[in-house]
Design a binder for this molecule. Structure first.
Ligand SMILES: NC(=O)c1ccc[n+]([C@@H]2O[C@H](COP(=O)([O-])OP(=O)(O)OC[C@H]3O[C@@H](n4cnc5c(N)ncnc54)[C@H](O)[C@@H]3O)[C@@H](O)[C@H]2O)c1
Length: 416
């Protein structure tokens, strides 16, 4: 296993727990050392993975180091390094070249990292062939099987999600036999580029659909209508579904994968991706504008105001708080002189006491619809606040109910 990040560690642990001998390699020594010692190499809360990693370590089947020399004898090599930008893919390119130098004849190489459509054929295969002197399909097999895991339940996702195995028939036959040891979901066989397009299209589709919901929400605010009412009426036509509007899109993959998809599109034709990304990335600024407007109505200046942010993770119930719109809202408010108090019941760094966070704040801003917040009434929120301001970025609270509780209210998608 090359790359012991969130995904690589999970895959390594799953195979070791299934009885295979696994050696993980990461050029970040702290990650390799952590896995070699049976500890998670990152801070996130992954209770199931933590337990399984300790078991795999105890079994002696999972080892780790920083040297690619240690995979010289491997019959299967999985590649799970970071792939933030196409077509650069610096980590992936370096990894393919290093792997080519040590690859055993007859090995199966599987790229699990998410890549732009066309990357397997244009980047991965030539780099491994050049470094090894081997020919793909003759001396080694090459497949693509992107991961679909989500932070917070990495191991459970890996086991249950269906997977797309891309490659030649000889490669996909071996991939299906391998993955069957750890994946309960369906295993579909196809070619590289279909597998690459499928993975990048999944997250692009969602990002574009959320962007439409956000654009509809902004139009509702501008025109004086309510997003939820409009959406309910649109959805009366059986096959129309509008996703949730909100503070934006976050997480490790959603903001990046559409750009990988976009890299494969004809640059001379219009693309949805830049527009969708721009809409979703503008939502945190829109939330800040709503906070400023609501505080203004309550005669409180943004500079110097004390604001409680409720929800810092990328979605309800998740402990993943990297690259979230909530962090963007927090940073924008801090740069405008706001005293920010951030809370999240699921994220260790923000867990604190909700009552203390709200006590004496000028405004509460709901950014993630965690159960703990959805259960609150507008009166529960109004009571501890110093200035009675509520901004709801997740369409949880009824505007009339909030106003009846004495709150100045603004909400994404809530036209007045
Ligand atoms: N994080 C997720 O939830 C998730 C979900 C689905 C798919 N993915 C995809 O999986 C891939 C990996 O994501 P991640 O979150 O695990 O990334 P990560 O950044 O957590 O881990 C990548 C690891 O690879 C290591 N690495 C880089 N180059 C290397 C090399 N040449 N040799 C050895 N190690 C090397 C890095 O040091 C790092 O530890 C990406 O393509 C990502 O898009 C991620």
């Amino acid at each position: 296993m090359l790359g012991l990040g969130h995904v690589g560690t999970t895959v390594a642990v799953a195979f070791a727990c299934a009885g295979l001998r696994v050696h993980g390699v990461d050029h970040d020594a702290s990650r390799a050392l952590a896995v070699a010692a049976g500890r998670l190499p990152f801070d996130d809360e992954e209770p199931e993975l933590t337990r399984a990693l300790a078991d795999a370590h105890a079994s002696g089947r999972l080892t780790a180091s920083t040297s690619l020399d240690d995979v010289r004898d491997a019959g299967v090599v999985l590649v799970c390094v970071e792939t933030p930008t196409a077509p650069a893919f610096e980590a992936l390119r370096a990894c393919c070249t290093q792997l080519g130098a040590v690859l055993r004849r007859g090995a199966l190489v599987i790229v699990e990292a998410t890549v732009a459509p066309g990357t397997m054929g244009a980047v991965v295969r030539p780099l491994i062939e050049a470094a090894s002197g081997y020919t793909e399909g003759v001396d080694f097999l090459l497949g693509h099987c992107a991961e679909r895991v989500m932070p917070g339940r990495l191991l459970a996702n890996l086991r249950r999600m269906p997977r797309v195995c891309g490659g030649s028939p000889a490669a996909t036959r071996r991939m299906v036999a391998l993955y069957r040891a750890v994946v309960e979901g369906e295993l579909d066989e196809t070619d590289w580029v279909t597998a690459e397009l499928t993975k990048t299209a999944e997250n692009t589709h969602r990002d574009v659909a959320i962007a439409f919901a956000n654009q509809l929400a902004l139009a509702c605010e501008r025109a004086g209508a309510d997003f939820l009412a409009v959406r309910a009426l649109v959805e009366k036509i059986g096959d129309r579904r509008v996703l949730e509007a909100g503070a934006g899109v976050g997480g490790q993959c959603m903001p990046k994968d559409p750009w990988l998809f976009h890299a494969a599109c004809d640059p001379s034709t219009p693309s949805l991706v830049p527009a969708a990304r721009a809409i979703n990335e503008a939502m945190p600024d829109h939330v800040v504008a709503l906070v400023e407007e609501a505080l203004g109505e309550a005669k409180v200046a943004l500079d110097g105001a004390r604001v409680a942010l409720l929800g810092m993770s990328y979605k309800p119930g998740s402990a993943e708080a990297r690259r979230t719109p909530s962090l963007v809202v927090r940073d924008r408010l801090l740069s405008r002189g706001v005293e920010v108090r951030a809370h999240d019941p699921c994220v260790a760094a923000f867990r604190g006491d909700l009552a203390t966070v709200l006590e004496g704040a000028d405004a509460a801003v709901l950014l993630v619809a965690h159960d703990a917040y959805v259960r609150l009434s507008p009166a529960d929120l109004a009571r501890p606040l110093r200035s009675k301001v509520l901004v709801d970025a997740r369409l949880v609270f009824d505007p009339a109910g909030a106003r009846a509780a004495g709150l100045v209210f603004r909400g994404v998608g809530r036209g007045r």
